[in-house]
Design a protein around this ligand. Structure first.
Ligand SMILES: C[S@@+](CC[C@H](N)C(=O)[O-])C[C@H]1O[C@@H](n2cnc3c(N)ncnc32)[C@H](O)[C@@H]1O
Length: 317
């Protein structure tokens, strides 16, 4: 299925009877992200690693879902790569530099009115400022905001803000929330470099922020949430997805306009189709499912990695 077709797919929130009975709800979508996001390429993957190109820069990073045998040899990977992330402990490590690499560089994504300039940099957590598969959400956000003239958008767990920048040309104000100041500052630079000044950037715990918005009576036409399995709020609040997601969604649904959409990305290993279906039935029974699939990114050689669950829901007021 191509990206366009998948964006148009429609199913009722309850799924059909067969799906309900079997508990097998989410479908799979395999795609070469490079076919729509040309500055990015998954060149190869396998042996728990991935070889990716971001603009001119090629990196080797750990990838737990890369379970196949790579198509290229180890020496071919090394020849292509500017740097390789060497994990020293869980979620941290150092970069081994093979070829010259700038401290910061930019890549772009342009499509219709979307204009994203993403600043990238090597960090000690293996991440570099972008999750390229999110391009699918950027396109959806632009389409739905444009078609419905939505003016208020909230990005929870927003990281470096590329989904916020994607929404910026369509909305009067885009609210961006992350608990880490460094990535909120990164978001401000991404917005500025992309030419937007309508982002409200907030360093706060996502759940606390939603609770405050509920008290203030603020509402949104669109919310994206891409929560990690484990995270930390600004005051060391522990975020454990399985324990907190219900509380978050209970409150989040109350700060949605009647006419609204929600995008959820979920990666946790302990999450399965049933868990997601329960969340949808419990909190979004009056929404239509626009999309509910596990996304697999295909490398140029045809190997795959798993990007997790992508769920898109919408409701007409
Ligand atoms: C998977 S990343 C999100 C990636 C983002 N959707 C994107 O496309 O670039 C998860 C983010 O959640 C943030 N985070 C973790 N715990 C949080 C919390 N309790 N409140 C707010 N943000 C949190 C992290 O700082 C991180 O930036």
């Amino acid at each position: 299925m191509n990206a366009k077709a998948s964006l148009q797919g429609r199913r009722g929130a309850l799924g059909n009877k067969k799906e309900k009975k079997s508990g097998k709800i989410a479908k799979q979508m395999k795609m070469k992200i490079n076919s729509i996001f040309h500055d990015y390429e998954l060149i190869d993957c396998g042996n728990s690693q991935k070889l990716e190109r971001f603009g001119e820069i090629v990196l080797i990073r750990p990838e737990i879902t890369a379970i196949e045998k790579p198509k290229l040899t180890e020496s071919e990977w090394r020849k292509l790569a500017n740097a390789e992330f060497i994990e020293t402990s869980k979620n941290s490590g150092t970069w081994k530099i093979y070829r010259e690499i700038p401290d910061k560089w930019q890549i772009k994504f342009e499509s219709g009115k979307i204009n994203i300039r993403a600043e990238l940099a090597l960090t000690s957590s293996k991440h570099i400022g972008i999750f390229p598969e999110q391009v699918l959400n950027w396109i959806y956000i632009s389409k739905i905001c444009n078609e419905n003239n939505y003016q208020s958008f909230l990005n929870l767990f927003g990281y470096t803000g590329l989904a916020s920048v994607a929404a910026a040309p369509f909305c009067e104000i885009v609210t961006h929330v992350d608990s880490i100041k460094k990535v909120v500052d990164w978001t401000k630079r991404n917005a500025q470099n992309s030419g937007y000044h309508n982002l409200r950037c907030i360093t706060e715990d996502a759940l606390k922020f939603v609770e405050r918005e509920l008290k203030r009576g603020n509402k949104y036409n669109g919310i994206i949430l891409d929560p990690p399995s484990i995270g930390t709020g600004t005051n060391k609040e522990k975020w454990i997805l399985e324990n907190k997601i219900d509380d978050l969604l209970t409150k989040l649904t109350q700060i949605l306009e009647k006419d609204s959409f929600v995008i959820m990305n979920l990666y946790s290993h302990s999450i399965n189709d049933k868990f997601i279906h329960r969340l949808i039935l419990t909190y979004f029974s009056d929404f239509i499912i626009d999309f509910q699939e596990t996304i697999f990114g295909l490398s140029s050689g045809g190997n795959e990695i798993n990007h997790g669950y992508f769920v898109r829901l919408r409701r007409k007021g």
